[in-house]
Design a protein around this ligand. Structure first.
Ligand SMILES: [Zn+2]
Length: 240
């Protein structure tokens, strides 16, 4: 892989730009420490603007999600510890870095809901209370739906590019579907029959089925850390 992809189209915004960078489909810091050292991580060409926007989003979303997962699973090994270090001012490499880490910590602590503050609806499937604690001992974080939509979009754009050499243009609609665990069975059956499975180490698993009708429309189940699941549909509108 060349050091930089050179001029061309950005996989995210599909605009032609003079300079592009390699962008990780899954942020590098989201790979657990059980990931093999020699694993080639998925990378796609991105314009600087999209790359920067995703970098900020992934840092914030990564912090929120890592606080909501079960850290004892091998697929998530080291993820929460990495977040803790990023919130620890004493680990800062200079004064500026120490201040950034302190700010991050303050921000996360201010977002924690507890007991009766926790909404009873809108809990992300699979990330609710899993330890049988009474409500007064539970904590929760609000994750903006927009963040999840954007990361879901990034992954399916990345996979279309890496797997099929495709850029998803304006005739394509991408939707992140929140599917309750009990509703997921039918989708699982379709993916098992028509889909293929892709792994990037123990932390990242994708089941993906592309419809042969147009070769673009697809359905993906993305599982991160063995517990955070996103279902994403890609629908190509027929051209007239
Ligand atoms: Zn872009």
């Amino acid at each position: 892989m060349p050091r930089k992809p050179g001029p061309g189209l950005c996989v995210h915004c599909v605009r032609k730009v003079a300079e592009r960078n390699w962008d990780h489909v899954f942020p590098q810091s989201w790979y657990p420490d059980t990931t093999p050292d020699n694993l080639e991580k998925w990378k796609i060409p991105s314009c600087k603007k999209c790359n920067g926007e995703y970098g900020r989003l992934e840092e914030e979303l990564g912090t929120l999600l890592s606080a909501c997962i079960d850290p004892t699973k091998a697929q998530a090994s080291g993820i929460w510890e990495k977040t803790l270090r990023s919130l620890d001012p004493s680990q800062g490499k200079d004064e500026k870095d120490k201040r950034i880490r302190a700010k991050r910590k303050e921000r996360l602590l201010s977002q924690i809901l507890e007991g009766d503050q926790i909404p009873s609806e809108g809990v992300y499937p699979g990330l609710g209370e899993r330890w049988g604690r009474p409500r007064r001992e539970q904590h929760a974080l609000l994750v903006p739906a927009k963040y999840l939509e954007r990361i879901a979009e990034k992954v399916v754009r990345g996979l279309a590019y890496i797997q099929d050499g495709q850029l998803l243009g304006e005739d394509v609609e991408i939707e992140h579907l929140v599917v309750a665990e009990e509703e997921a069975e039918r989708i699982e059956a379709v993916l098992a029959e028509y889909g293929s499975t892709l792994h990037r180490g123990p932390g990242v698993e994708v089941h993906r089925a592309v419809t042969p009708d147009d070769g673009v429309s697809s359905f993906s189940k993305i599982t991160i850390w063995g517990q955070f699941v996103m279902y994403v549909s890609v629908i190509k509108h027929p051209s007239n």
